[in-house]
Design a protein around this ligand. Structure first.
Ligand code: AGP
Length: 609
């Protein structure tokens, strides 16, 4: 997704903007640009390609400037090209934008812009409309107000005017903007990692408020231009410099390795005397005991965490629970009322599909709890309650530590509900959660065997297709494992409930089709093993991830390509198994020589529907 940065202060804007755009690269992009203001006006430098290419473009002949804006573009309206890159400059205005303007064609007609446009973007249309109003009113905030009233869609707009050389203006609707001041300087960005360690205090620009950044101060007014709005500062509880790679070749490896610590940091604040504790979040017991339906809404990896919770809720709470793709949720006419508890899971807290689904659910009376990693994010702000995962910044597009810390919170919620519903006594609750406190240690045992997994990864390096098979919780584990392999190695991989193979898909199994099997659930071990035999007998080479206590039952002649997972209670085997599958995907991608952190076509934060 597009990345935005803005700076005005006493330092050289060009280097600050370029360095901050590099911190935004993880979001995924295909072009980049900056605009710098100096006494002569506004100078724009932009091109398709990487930030490094932009640095080359700005190497010489760039005027000194202490005020500017920058952007990394993930193409939506209009292809990847220099002229579609941001910033867009029209007349006295230069701006960058994140989001989608749904009525930009109407605006082209309404403002007769047909002959003025040089790009295929909706953003250039906004710049032209804003320039139209600025020429009319010669007041930046008023011109922005009038422009915003014309827009339909999502936007984070950051603007500089060529006769206001030390001022930046911004306004947003859905797409995020975070802002901060330090020592008379002002920085703003599309997410806090881009603030690059300058500060650990920031605020989220309230929607449809206009921020004026000038003279080292940020002033906020509402759209009517009357009311001053006070910013609500948030302190980041992780050192911003932890967003570095700490010596790992890729963020993904660093974040996989950080999981034991991330899980411990997530679990500890939410346990008291061995029981779940959400007092700090102010979540009343009634929200758990008063609901007659639970619905998890999420996307991608976050949704896969929900599937694990579904298995736990059904087996332990004996309750039905829905897990819905957020992008499908609103269009499936879900039955919602005040007795529905919606749990929105999101690492970024900005995924527009999940945010829209949350808004829809709340507008229909549902209560909501968000499980989010980024403090102060939109989903966190718009949910009735929020439980933060303390995973720290997750930079790699492929989500790893966010997934296992989301699972940790979900185990805590299930334990809380089991206790409140009288299904577990306090002792049984403690026994259940004692497994969770063991997870960091068990995960370390897998991480210590990463070289073994790297060797296994080499066996599927050149595969065109891979199947992943398992039953029950193992199937849920593999849906996530399969996504990891697809998104970082570009190998086509499908997870299948292994009992389902014989109903059609087994037709695709040949000697060229490696199969990854996960076998951790004791009560269905025999069934899973017979499904493994089915694919072996059709020539497939099988890589088997098996729980330690079951490994001794694997026949001698099937011990090749086996990885033994350290024992945990069946319900917790998702933790060691997921780490192993994350490493498998990571090493395949690394050995293929790919940019593991920034897979093609993908973005870390998806803010378009
Ligand atoms: C997971 O590896 C992907 N990067 C993607 O599926 C991600 O989980 C999804 O876009 C949801 O993002 P969120 O958790 O920030 O809402």
């Amino acid at each position: 997704m597009c990345g935005i940065i803005g700076y005005v202060g006493s330092q050289d804007a060009k280097d600050i903007l370029l360095d901050s755009l590099e911190l935004l690269e993880y979001r995924g992009y295909d072009s980049a640009g900056i605009a710098l203001a100096d006494p002569e006006g506004v100078h724009v430098y932009k091109r398709a390609g990487r930030v490094q290419d932009l640095r080359e473009l700005c190497k010489e002949g760039v005027p000194a400037s202490t005020c500017g804006i920058g952007h990394t573009r993930w193409a939506t309206h209009g292809g990847v090209s220099d002229r579609n890159a941001h910033p867009h400059q029209k007349g006295q205005v230069a701006l960058v934008h994140n989001g989608i303007i749904e009525n930009y064609r109407d605006l082209i007609r309404k403002f007769n812009l047909e002959d003025q446009l040089v790009s295929e973007t909706d953003t250039e249309v906004v710049a032209a409309v804003l320039d139209h109003y600025y020429r009319k009113v010669q007041d930046p905030a008023e011109a922005i107000r009038r422009t915003v009233l014309q827009l339909k869609g999502t936007f984070a707009l950051v603007v500089i005017f060529d006769d206001k050389k030390d001022e930046i203006y911004c306004v947003r609707n859905v797409s995020p903007i975070v802002m901060t001041t330090f020592d008379g300087n002002i920085m703003l960005a599309s997410d806090v990692t881009a603030l690059g360690g300058y500060t650990n205090r920031y605020f989220v620009l309230p929607e449809l408020c206009i921020a004026t950044c000038a003279g080292g101060e940020i002033s906020l007014t509402d759209l009517a231009g009357e009311k001053e709005v006070e910013p609500e500062y948030i302190t980041v509880d992780w050192e911003l410099n932890r967003a570095g790679k700490n010596g790992y070749p890729f963020y993904m490896e660093k974040e996989i390795m950080e999981q034991p610590e991330a899980i411990a940091k997530t679990v500890e604040p939410h346990m008291t005397d061995g029981l779940s504790d959400f007092t700090a979040e102010g979540i009343p017991d009634e929200i758990f005991t008063g609901c007659d339906r639970v619905c998890i809404i999420a996307c991608g990896t976050a949704m896969h965490a929900g599937l694990v919770a579904q298995a736990l809720v059904q087996s332990i709470l004996r309750m039905h629970i829905d897990v819905e793709y957020a992008s499908e949720f609103m269009y499936s006419n879900p039955v919602l009322d005040e007795k529905t508890l919606v749990i929105a899971i999101s690492q970024s807290g900005e995924t527009i599909d999940t945010l829209s689904a949350l808004r829809y659910a709340r507008s229909n009376g549902a209560k909501s709890i968000a499980i989010v990693n980024v403090r102060g994010s939109s989903i966190a702000q718009e949910s009735d309650y929020v439980i933060y995962t303390n995973a720290g910044p997750e930079i790699a597009v492929a989500s790893t530590k966010a997934y296992t810390t989301q699972l940790s919170i979900l185990y805590l919620i299930v334990a809380r509900m089991a206790r409140l519903k009288g299904i577990y006594t306090p002792e049984e609750t403690r026994a259940f959660l004692s497994n969770l406190t063991k997870v960091p240690e068990v995960m370390k045992q897998v991480l210590d065997k990463k070289v073994e997994i790297h060797k296994i990864a080499r066996k599927i390096l050149n595969a065109k297709n891979v199947f992943m098979i398992g039953r029950g919780l193992d199937y849920s584990i593999l849906l996530e494992g399969s996504l990891k392999l697809k998104e970082v190695s570009y190998i086509h991989c499908e997870a299948y409930a292994s009992g389902e193979l014989k109903h059609g898909t087994i037709a695709l199994i040949t000697e060229e089709t490696p199969v990854v099997a996960v076998v951790t659930q004791e009560k269905i071990f025999a069934k899973e093993l017979s499904n493994v035999k089915e694919v072996r007998s059709r020539g497939a080479s099988v890589i088997l991830f098996v729980k330690e206590s079951l490994a001794s039952q694997i026949p001698e002649d099937e011990q090749e390509n086996i990885f033994v997972l350290p024992d945990m209670a069946d319900a917790f085997m998702v933790m060691p198994a997921s780490v192993a599958l994350q490493l498998l995907a990571y090493y395949v991608s690394q050995d293929k020589g790919f940019d593991v952190d920034k897979p093609r076509n993908l973005a870390k934060v998806v803010t378009v529907e």
